[in-house]
Design a protein around this ligand. Structure first.
Ligand code: PLP
Length: 404
């Protein structure tokens, strides 16, 4: 399929911003939606809308069937063993908070240790800080080297008999660095420690096979892979999910309730109280279908070529610093202009219709370590073009002149 045909699936890409054609390179923050996704949401509300699991009428049955079909689609996409290992949440943030709360309640005590890394998004750092503050457990942090890459030798040393969980991002949302999550999982499993992977940045750019990775938990957000916001996934190995207590409680996650006591459903329903986001779930199914129809290999190589072009262009420019290492990168690239503040560069680019992210990207400790205060981040998706990258490079050169 030609890139123009593909881009026509995403109506927002035809927009103008400040009188200029939109160049959207903030896909690590959120992605745009193809018609197949928005059409599916409309079709759900126009034809199937109902509260599921609690009514016996036809619409409730159809909506419930659609919701479970979406769960099965996610299972197949991740190559999980069973759809009971797929919990629908509101997103990565809720998925991680759910594990921190429930895993924490069941397994983390004073003096225990949780291993995180120095490159985590705040969503995979703050919940563990809070858990440690609450329980008296200790947060151990895997450091990074000068180029922003995790130091696996340190990880090896940090895992010990008190380690209860290792958690790591699959791909950095700042530098785009891909972590060797299979290797990390094997290292932790060698000491019987379970592993949680934050897949928010990997899901739209890499084929994910949780059976092959052998990770215990894998989480992501639908909106970063072209579906609606407000839907996300927590994959957990069956025996783990089944050993965790409920998180939020209420209707739909109980088998029987008296005024004094309740009996809880098994996973995944145990973790899905309240009225569910069925439209979000079916939009995620439509998004996964869209991605599969294009083929993940195709997407990965297209996006890789864009990032390499960007990196080459930046390295040719005087007075720019690119963070991280090219051969480990996917989907995002962070850089700085030596002579200009990132926020000022972002403002110049915006006036040219170019959307990038500037600042600390919800990963302040990492950005502090690699860049000082802030970076400029460009992040690509399947609909970006070489022209987008060339316009960005052009815009950066103009910003460098204006801000000199
Ligand atoms: C975006 C992101 C999150 C948070 O995702 P939400 O959709 O905001 O919950 C967590 N981790 C990483 C690596 C991210 O990129």
């Amino acid at each position: 399929m030609s890139i123009d045909t593909l881009r026509a699936d995403f109506p927002i890409l035809a927009r103008q911003v400040h009188g200029k054609a939109l160049v959207y390179l903030d896909n690590a923050a959120t992605t745009h939606k193809p018609y197949s996704v928005t059409d599916r949401i409309v079709a759900f509300y126009e034809n199937e809308n109902a509260g599921i699991n609690r009514s016996l009428h036809a619409l409730a049955d159809e909506a419930g069937t659609a919701y479970e079909a979406a769960r099965e689609a996610v299972r197949a996409y991740l190559n999980a063993h069973s759809s009971s290992e797929i919990v629908f949440t509101s997103g990565t943030t809720e998925s991680i908070n759910l594990i921190a709360a429930t895993f924490g309640e069941a397994f983390v005590r004073e003096g225990d240790e949780i291993v995180v890394t120095a490159m985590e998004h705040h969503a995979n750092l703050v919940p563990w800080q809070r858990l440690c503050n609450k329980t008296g457990a200790v947060l151990r942090v895997v450091p990074i080297d000068e180029s922003g890459v995790l130091r696996l030798d340190s990880l090896e040393e940090l895992i010990n008999g008190r380690t209860r969980l290792v958690t790591v991002t699959h791909v950095s949302n700042v530098t785009g660095i891909v972590n060797p999550v299979s290797e990390i999982t094997a290292m932790a499993h060698a000491r019987d420690v379970p592993v949680l992977i934050d897949g928010a940045q990997a899901i739209a750019h890499h084929a994910i096979d949780v059976a092959a990775l052998d990770c215990d938990f894998y989480v992501f957000s639908g909106h970063k892979i072209y579906s609606a916001a407000g839907i996300g996934v927590l994959y957990g190995k069956h025996h783990w999910l089944d050993s965790l207590p409920p998180h939020h409680s209420g209707g739909g996650m109980v088998t029987s309730v008296s005024l004094e006591h309740s009996h809880f459903e098994r996973a995944p329903l145990r973790f899905e109280p309240g009225t569910r986001n069925v439209a979000g779930a079916v939009s995620l199914e439509a998004a996964l279908e869209y991605v599969m129809a294009l083929g993940m290999e195709e997407i990965t190589s297209h996006e890789g070529a864009l990032l390499r072009r960007l990196e080459e262009g930046l390295r040719e420019m005087k007075g720019t610093t690119v963070h991280g290492e090219a051969d480990r990168r996917c989907c995002s690239l962070s850089f700085n202009l030596d002579a200009a503040h990132p926020a000022d560069v972002g403002m110049v680019l915006d006036k040219l219709g170019i959307a990038v992210r500037t600042g600390t990207h919800c990963a302040q400790p990492y950005v502090d370590a690699i860049a000082g205060k802030a970076t400029i981040r460009a992040s690509v998706a399947l609909y970006n073009t070489r022209k987008d990258i060339d316009k960005l490079l052009d815009g950066i050169e103009r910003a460098a002149v204006i801000l000199r």
